[in-house]
Write a protein that binds this ligand. Structure first.
Ligand code: NAD
Length: 508
């Protein structure tokens, strides 16, 4: 018998070895799919109400093990506990509340209008579970970005296979235990541990749906593989989010918001405020306030600390490369130190770093940094700010700061982004009622809200005739039917057409 490969787990904040986790052997994956498909056939027969009881059991277990779950999250990622509980555990609990309140109605069969042209018929839409959903998740919010799509897929009637990130395997193990403790039916929820080879093998295993959260590069590979079988995918990918601070913004609030937006989770957030555009008239004042807010931040592993460590050592070289290129091109540090002075000997702590003197073509303004670095640039007019914000391959989230709400809304309407926030950062992603997802290379598809549930179903449109009539107008034989159909169309549509507005007349 071949032995499983083992992954060594480091605590990134202390660099101590925390544990070893066995990888799932690739040869085991076909068994996982067989088990999953069998389990999904039984599970889809359960009512949504019954499925919810399992999720509620999961909630009870999570609440009972809250401190332990937070401890695992913090040790595996290096994030501080306040962030583990607010940004990883809370969204899972919120998602459960959303499902409890809305799942049954959202997934229920519902009637829709049938035009008079189909007199005597009825129309409805029903939602049918897809089968096995493969969830592949990243390391930055390893609990919520795995559990929220998993729970939505389950409540929609599917079985789930999770491939958690190999960078945070203890959280993957913890998720597996939570589902085991909630005693979901055998084979319904399975976790495959390991790296990209395991992820790739799972993708090739022909799931019925793939929900992927991670980098653009991996997202493209997954879509390419999925396309071979036309497997539908949701891709939640990277970002390079802009924040626009207008001259009339509440600058104290904007500076505090920018500090949180740029440095929470050490900047390892897909919606991190990486590009900060500030109107020239308030630029110096904003920089001063932003600097003061940043200098207050305490880094460490204590419960009261503000910033934890980086999670993934590999990310540090990317951040270093972008910063060095910017500094060589004339950029200046307002806070933080030069990359060659970083001391990572006792933990992966990077200083919160504000950079000015940047220009739009620098990697720091174009590529995802995924670290505690905020680049700030002045702008002259709203149009220029919009142009700069849109000058990106990404379009995940954005934020606009102004006391003039009409103006802020006008700016938001012109941003090419999947999400936006006015006078705050990121929080649109935390509202389970708002669909979340990126545009351009930030991804495709949405989750959260009704779409977040229905995406895991085949949406089946049905028309029903009671079958009593002998024939239909459009059926054979066509003999002598053209004049009748023509007369019918004239009666139905002519009057309405004659009332339509002229497109060449200017609107008043
Ligand atoms: P990643 O793409 O390296 O890995 C994500 C997951 O994919 C991991 O589980 C990994 O093992 C797996 N994987 C890697 N190669 C694979 C392959 N060929 N086939 C199948 N699976 C494979 O991303 P990451 O470094 O873990 O996460 C950081 C990225 O995720 C950032 O770009 C960030 O912006 C993005 N992200 C996006 C969102 C969002 O909601 N849009 C949220 C969080 C993170």
């Amino acid at each position: 018998m071949s032995r499983n490969q083992s992954m060594t787990v480091l605590n990134p904040a202390t660099l101590n070895v925390a544990d070893h986790i066995d990888e799932t052997p690739i040869y085991h994956i076909s068994n996982m799919y067989e088990l999953s498909q069998a389990a999904s056939l039984k599970w889809r027969e359960q009512s949504v109400k019954k499925r919810l009881t399992y999720i509620q059991e999961l909630k009870k277990i999570m609440m009972a093990r809250l401190d332990d779950v937070v401890e695992v999250l913090s040790a595996d990622t290096g994030k501080v506990k306040v962030e583990a509980v607010t940004a990883d555990v809370l969204p899972v609990l919120d998602a459960i509340s959303f499902l409890e309140k809305h799942a049954a109605k959202t997934l229920a069969t519902h009637r829709v209008h049938t035009p008079v042209t189909f007199f005597g018929k009825k129309s409805y839409i029903e939602y049918m579970a897809r089968g096995t959903v493969l969830v592949i998740s990243p390391w930055n919010y390893p609990l919520q970005l795995a559990m929220v799509p998993m729970m939505n897929a389950l409540i929609a009637g599917n079985a789930v296979i999770l491939k958690p990130s190999e960078v945070t395997p203890l959280v993957g193990k913890c998720i597996e235990e939570l589902f085991e403790q909630a005693k979901f039916p055998k084979g319904l929820v399975q976790v495959a541990h390991g790296g990209k080879e395991v992820g790739a093998a799972l993708t090739r295993g022909k799931p019925d749906y793939i929900f992927f959260t991670g980098s653009v590069a991996t997202g493209k590979k997954i879509q390419e593989e999925a396309a071979k079988e036309l497997i539908p995918v949701t891709l939640e990918l990277g970002g390079k989010d802009p924040i626009i601070v207008c001259g009339d913004a509440n600058l104290d609030r904007a500076a505090k918001g920018a500090a949180w937006g740029a440095f929470t989770n050490s900047g390892q957030v897909c919606m991190s405020s990486e590009r900060i555009y500030v109107e020239q008239s308030v630029y110096d004042e904003f920089i001063e306030k932003f600097k003061n807010e940043t200098l207050k931040l305490k880094q460490g592993t204590d419960t009261d600390d503000d910033m934890g460590s980086m999670t993934f050592p590999g990310q540090i070289d990317i951040i270093k490369g972008q910063l060095e290129e910017a500094l060589a091109g004339g950029a200046r540090l307002i806070t933080g130190i030069k990359p060659h002075e970083w001391d990572l000997s006792e933990g992966l702590f990077l200083p919160p770093t504000i950079v000015v003197g940047v220009h739009q073509k620098m990697k720091l303004m174009q590529e995802e940094t995924f670290g505690p670095v905020a680049a700030v640039m002045p702008f002259q007019t709203d149009e220029e700010a919009i142009e700069l914000a849109n000058d990106s391959i990404y379009g995940l989230n954005a934020s606009v700061w102004s006391k003039d709400i009409k103006k802020a809304k006008r700016i938001v309407s012109k941003l090419v982004t999947g999400n936006a926030v006015i006078n705050d950062v990121m929080i649109s992603a935390a509202n389970q009622h708002l669909p979340f997802g990126g545009v351009k290379q930030s991804g495709m598809g949405k989750y959260h809200g009704k779409q977040g549930l229905r995406v895991f179903c085949h949406e089946k449109s049905v028309m029903l005739d009671n079958g009593k009539k002998k024939s239909e107008l459009q059926w054979y034989p066509y003999h002598n039917k053209y004049p009748k159909i023509r007369a019918f169309l004239k009666r139905m549509f002519w009057k309405k057409i004659s009332k339509l507005a002229d497109p060449h007349k200017t609107e008043k």
